[in-house]
Structures are given as C-alpha cells and as structure tokens.
Ligand binder design. Structure first.
Ligand code: NDP
Length: 234
C-alpha cells in the first residue's frame, strides 16, 4: 500500500510479525528495536522506549528514509511478574515506563507528522489481562488497562484531523512472552478461553492490519480483543 509505517519492538514476537506483514503489503516499514534485528526488508532503528527522546529520534530517522509516518503500531512491552508484596518499585516502574509511557512517547512523536498530513492510523497493543487482572501482574495489568484511556482521549483530540486511535487487546499469544508461563497457569487461562487454545502472532496481525487499513476509517477509540473469547464482554 506504500505507506510509511512504524512499529515499536519489531525485532521479535508480535511486532516482528506485524512489521513483516505491512512490508509484504508493500508498505515502507521501519521498526524500533532495543536488541536483535529487524525483519528482512524492514528498516531497523535502535531505541529503548524507556529512554527519554529515544522514540522521537527513532521516528525522525525512519521518516528521513520513508517520509512522514502514516501508521504507528505501539507494540513494545514487557512483563516483570511478582506477587505485589514482593514487587519492587523498580519492577513496577519499568513495566509502566515501557508499556504505558513508551506508548505515549511513540504516539506523541508520530502525531507530530500525522497532524499536518491530516491523516493517520494509530494502534496500541494492550492485553485482555489489563481488564481481567491477573495474579502477579499488578504492574502489567495496570499498564495495559491504561492504554484504552490514552487511546480514547487521543481519539477525541485527533478525530477532526482524520487520525484514528484504536487498541488491540490480545489474550494468550504464542511468543517468548508466554513461553515461560507455567503449565498450570496456561491450563487455567485456557479453561477461561472459549476457543481453548492460544492465539498466534498472525491472529494479532490480522486485527492490526484491519485497524490500520482504509476500511477501518470510521473506527476510532475501539478496543478489539484478539483473545479466543478470553475476557469477552469486559
Ligand atoms: P516479546 O517478549 O516476544 O516481545 C516484546 C518486544 O518488546 C521485543 O521486541 C522487545 O525488545 C520489546 N521491548 C521490551 N522492552 C523494550 C524497551 N524498553 N525498549 C524497546 N523495546 C522493548 O512479546 P510479544 O511479542 O508477545 O508482545 C508484544 C506486545 O504484545 C507487548 O506489548 C505485550 O504486552 C503484548 N501482548 C502480548 C501477549 C502475548 O500473549 N504474547 C498478550 C497480550 C498482549 P527486546 O527484544 O529488546 O527485549
């Protein structure tokens, strides 16, 4: 489609698959990556999303190569799971700084380019666990629950500029992030998942691609679960 697309955390997992899919569609794709490398054919820009100014610099570098960003996918995220009484301030802060503040920084950097163009698509990657809550994930769930609030406020601020802001909320998707889940916990979550199986990165790609596409032009402030029904109705 030949759009300028920027994805945070594009070196592995969901971000890698999303970047790959946009590139396959013919878009000009750049990813930020803290470690690792970008998918083949995709421009990689080093950035730790928790470093002040890093995303601003990364977006500008991507734009020098690809032109003003038209699609942003704020995907980079971490977990630091612990029961709350054993959770350090640092565990809490790191997850909030990555998942919430990092998304805010990416959005602010991208909106600077989208405003003059009077069009844009922003997709934030949340989690249904943000709405369900999960033991050991007070930091993660709080960070992910905040993203719809961020998106919906921005949907108001940017709606009359032709910019949509939406959220995808995956359930359990098979990536490095969930590979470490104990079998007992995976079993519990699967019993709460009507489709009874984890999703794949391609399931999330389909939702992101839709929300970033032309046909989703009248959708903003939406939260789209990609969860096999886990947490439906929340
Ligand atoms: P992975 O652990 O496979 O990938 C996480 C990505 O985020 C990596 O590219 C990682 O970079 C990047 N990242 C983490 N911290 C930083 C940082 N400080 N600066 C820059 N990049 C960073 O996870 P997934 O692909 O599964 O997750 C992608 C998103 O989807 C996350 O926001 C996650 O919360 C969300 N999600 C995932 C679900 C799942 O079941 N997998 C369910 C619901 C939501 P690096 O390689 O350098 O660490």
């Amino acid at each position: 489609m030949n759009r300028s697309v920027f994805v945070t955390g594009g070196n592995r997992g969901i971000g890698h698959a999303v970047a790959r899919a946009f590139a396959d569609d013919g878009d000009r794709v750049a990813v930020s990556h803290r470690t690792g490398s970008p998918p083949e054919g995709v421009l990689g820009v080093r950035a730790d999303v928790t470093e002040p100014g890093a995303l601003e610099r990364a977006l500008r570098e991507a734009e020098e190569a690809h032109g003003p960003v038209e699609v942003l996918v704020a995907n980079a995220g971490v977990t630091r799971d612990r029961p709350m009484l054993r959770m350090s301030d640092e565990d809490f802060d790191e997850v909030l700084r990555t998942n919430l503040t990092g998304s805010f920084a990416a959005v602010r950097a991208a909106v600077r380019s989208m405003l003059p163009a009077r069009r844009g698509r922003i997709v934030l990657v949340s989690s249904v666990l943000g709405f369900l809550g999960a033991p050991g994930q007070t930091n993660y769930a709080a960070s992910k629950a905040a993203l719809p609030g961020l998106a919906r406020s921005l949907a108001w601020e940017l709606g009359d500029r032709g910019i949509t802001v939406n959220v995808v909320a995956p359930g359990i998707i098979a990536t490095d992030m969930t590979a470490a889940l104990p079998d007992r916990r995976m079993g519990e979550v699967m019993r709460m998942t009507p489709l009874g199986r984890p999703g794949t990165v391609d399931d999330v790609v389909a939702a992101v691609r839709f929300l970033a596409g032309e046909e989703a032009g009248y959708i903003t402030g939406a939260v789209l679960p990609v969860s096999g029904g886990l947490g439906m109705g929340l």
